[in-house]
Design a protein around this ligand. Structure first.
Ligand SMILES: [Mg+2]
Length: 301
């Protein structure tokens, strides 16, 4: 069996494009789908997939680990840059899809079977409206409370919000108080039985992230996500040590060594590894978590 062609399909998805990867084989009707979405890097990822395909054409698609190593190591540069790692992950996912189809099983059967019979879901505030999630101003605490009640009415027991504004590396109390008011309004609106998460999108500096984390600590967040710049493992570790709120991060990390360093510094309690970026790598992250490094909150973008 051989890989004969690798195609990309770009879909307009409003605030970004979705990028899908189709790996075709010489077996009639046998192909695999993967996803390699990387917001605002569409051409880079599509080009990287085209470059990587030179390594894969004519290869056996079922040798996933071998092909992953080739894609990671070949052509001088390793694959940890965000564009290439996303391209690798999209192809990798499509290869797993092919193996699943060959054996007639879902991929989880190839990876040891399901661990849980059910999973708990949270929604983004706004229930799928990206504008509600990304563009609700943090000086409108009342709106955050309304959206929180809406999530509750839709049956969710947990939701995530962007209740922290973007800030300069150092700012005064105003953004801290605004974030606190939003979280306080949401907590008051839904009570203590509902879990609230706040995603800072890695925008605060370590100094501002520390202030946000301390101000929001009394509201019992389920987790506080990316409270500071992702490259500042020291900053993440300091914040994680300073508050009881579990810190989540990792969606911008592209390889296992980065997670190893993050866990070694106790930079988070929850690894938020993106399934469509690091499929084979994710299995390693899961194993690191299982060794006592933390929990994992997988997501598909
Ligand atoms: Mg996030």
């Amino acid at each position: 069996m051989k890989i004969t062609r690798i195609e990309t399909l770009v879909c307009h998805a409003r605030m970004r494009n979705w990028v899908f990867v189709k790996v075709l084989t010489d077996q009639p009707g046998l192909f695999g789908w993967g996803e390699a979405t990387l917001e605002w890097h569409t051409r880079g990822v599509v080009g990287a997939i085209e470059d990587l395909s030179q390594l894969l054409l004519g290869e056996d698609p079922t040798r996933v680990e071998h092909l992953w190593q080739m894609m990671w190591r070949q052509h001088f540069w390793h694959g940890h840059g965000i564009v290439r790692s996303t391209a690798i992950a999209g192809i990798d996912l499509a290869l797993w899809d092919i193996i699943g189809k060959i054996h007639g099983v879902p991929c989880h059967k190839l990876w040891g079977g399901p661990v849980r019979d059910t999973i708990r879901l949270y929604c983004h505030l706004g229930g799928g409206s990206m504008e509600s999630f990304y563009e609700t101003p943090v000086d409108n605490a009342k709106r955050f409370a309304e959206l929180a009640q809406q999530a509750l009415a839709e049956g969710f027991t947990a939701f995530k919000s962007m209740a922290v504004p973007s800030t300069m590396p150092i700012e005064g109390l105003k953004p801290i108080k605004a974030a606190e008011a939003c979280v306080a309004a949401m907590r008051q609106a839904v009570g203590s039985d509902i879990d609230i998460m706040v995603d800072c999108h890695a925008r605060p500096s370590p100094a501002m992230g520390m202030q946000f984390a301390k101000a929001l600590e009394p509201y019992g967040l389920y987790f506080l996500e990316e409270p500071c710049w992702p490259e500042s493992i020291d900053g993440l570790a300091a914040i994680n040590a300073a508050v009881t709120t579990p810190i989540a991060t990792g969606e911008r990390m592209t390889h296992l060594a980065a997670f190893r360093d993050l866990f070694a510094a106790r930079g988070c309690e929850i690894a938020t590894s993106s399934a469509n970026r690091f499929t084979t790598t994710n299995r390693g992250v899961t194993r690191l978590c299982r060794r006592g490094s933390g929990s994992i909150s997988p997501r598909v973008r």
